[in-house]
Design a protein around this ligand. Sequence first.
Ligand SMILES: [Zn+2]
Length: 136
Amino acid sequence: MTETVTKPEPPESALSAPYWQGLRDGRLLLQACGACGTLRHYPRLLCSACFSDAVSWRQASGHGHVHSWTVAHHAFHVGFRDELPYTLVTVDLAEGPRALGRWRGATPRIGLAVKAILRQADAAAVELWFEPDGEA
Ligand SMILES: [Zn+2]
């Protein structure tokens, strides 16, 4: 018997809708505080530097360096079960904020230069992945 399991849809809200739309448009967007300019990621209501809720959106270059990584052997959702084991990386983006994504490539190294890949996971979702940037 064949079982079809889909991944969860992105938890899109009024707050995060521009971020998810950005991914669908092929752009990784960061929030920029409208009061002090501090960049942040993932999308959230208040600036952690000045607590302003004024926000605009800025496109990230997609370049960064590996901060840390881990290999998932247990899926947090059954929709990812068939992809196990998979590697997750936290990346210090060139613009400053840190982002979490899936990993494509040989075992990552801390400090390795990486670039973002936006990968269409299914009809509804685009996933953020990273891979080595240039010579690695
Ligand atoms: Zn601020």
